[in-house]
Design a protein around this ligand. Structure first.
Ligand code: THU
Length: 136
């Protein structure tokens, strides 16, 4: 696992919790904020964006990843996710994170300020990744 400083961790957690206020979750009422630390030191945030056609909902984590890649970064060093109850990222988001990260720290935060640290390979062991495709 790469080294992330305490200051970086705190900045990431603060960014995820601040972003959460922008979540568009009128159907589930489950607001999620995510923040990624990219290799260039920038923090990219994302929120869940729901839709009246429920299946079109986008999770906060993938919103953040797609923003990061769109802005020219392809390496994630750490992730913070803020929800009401410290929920863990869904399977689809874990897979998308694996595309752009190694066994990075993941900080799961709740609205009371509690933070639990886990890691991407703990959440998605024995994963399928770019290394399994010929020529990658
Ligand atoms: N959600 C996320 O944003 N990230 C996850 O990893 C799990 C679920 C969102 C999707 C939906 O808007 C709401 O949480 C309830 O599922």
């Amino acid at each position: 696992m790469g080294v992330v400083t305490k200051a970086e961790q705190e900045a990431l957690v603060a960014a995820a919790c601040a972003a959460r206020a922008q979540a568009y979750a009128p159907y589930s009422q489950y607001a999620v904020g995510a923040a990624l630390l990219a290799a260039d030191g920038r923090i990219f945030t994302g929120v869940n964006v729901e839709n009246a056609s429920y299946g079109l909902t986008m999770c906060a984590e993938r919103t953040a990843v797609f923003k990061m890649v769109s802005e020219g970064q392809q390496q994630i060093l750490a992730v913070a996710i803020c929800t009401d109850n410290g929920g863990s990222p869904c399977g689809a988001c874990r897979q998308v994170l694996v595309e752009f990260a190694g066994d990075i720290p993941i900080f799961l935060c709740d609205s009371a300020g509690n933070v639990r640290q886990t890691s991407l390979h703990t959440l998605l062991p024995d994963h399928f990744g770019p290394e399994h495709l010929p020529g990658q």
